[in-house]
Write a protein that binds this ligand. Structure first.
Ligand SMILES: *Cc1c(COP(=O)(O)O)cnc(C)c1O
Length: 218
């Protein structure tokens, strides 16, 4: 039943990848989703990521989607597969340094500020381009930048959300055009409340929590 529901969700997503956000869920609930075949999960806090990783099967790919302090980077670099929330040059610098120590290549996304809310982290376009040009110049060889991540404003105004998603997708397309050598392939946008809109606006990866875990209760 759960497997069927998740498969239906996957079909709805088309080519966009499903990353299940497991924050605030019990190990038992996460394991139930794992048992349907899902292997990519995301947490927004380092401590929770470490605990879950310890308690769950080793073949899970873990993403970090929340603000990451530079002094905590070293705890997750031995295993994390993608850090979606790179929001400063200092942070990518530290991820690169720690990844090198661990002899790893870690996927990363640049988190772009697209919402209309003070509380959200993220880079503006100029900061994003400054990081990209240094990255293209070969500055951080143990991070593999795959694209961009963004969170729309928390609002019922679909037009507003749509314009924010389209802005992120356009920045992604502009970067790809300017730097074809980059191999950018990921636009991470869309959560439980807005993923259909995100997919329609060109998302390639959605981060869904509540909608998936509500299926367990059904
Ligand atoms: C919690 C969270 C999500 C998932 O939210 P849901 O509404 O549970 O789908 C996605 N992205 C980020 C950055 C989050 O913190």
């Amino acid at each position: 039943m759960l497997a069927e529901n998740i498969n239906r969700l996957r079909q709805e997503l088309g080519h966009a990848q499903l990353v299940v956000v497991s924050k605030n869920r019990s190990i038992r609930e996460i394991k139930a989703v794992y048992d349907t075949g899902q292997r990519v999960f995301a947490e927004n806090r380092v401590q929770a990521l470490l605990e879950r990783r310890e308690a769950l099967p080793e073949d899970i790919s873990w993403h970090l989607i929340g603000h990451l302090q530079t002094n905590k980077v070293r705890y997750i670099t031995p295993f994390v597969s993608c850090i979606q929330s790179i929001d400063s040059e200092r942070l990518i610098e530290e991820i690169d340094r720690q990844a090198q120590k661990n002899d790893r290549l870690i996927d990363g996304l640049l988190q772009i500020y697209i919402a209309d809310e003070d509380t959200k982290f993220g880079l503006d376009e100029a900061e994003c381009m400054a990081i990209i040009s240094q990255y293209v110049g070969g500055k951080w060889s143990h991070v593999r930048l795959r694209g961009l991540m963004g969170m729309a404003t928390n609002t019922d105004d679909a037009e507003k959300i749509k314009s924010e998603f389209l802005k992120l997708r356009k920045l992604f397309d502009d970067i790809r055009q300017a730097y074809p050598q980059l191999n950018f392939d990921t636009v991470s946008m869309g959560m439980s409340s807005d993923y259909p809109l995100a997919v329609a606006c060109g998302s390639t990866l959605v981060r869904i929590g509540s909608k998936v875990f509500e299926m367990i209760e059904e």
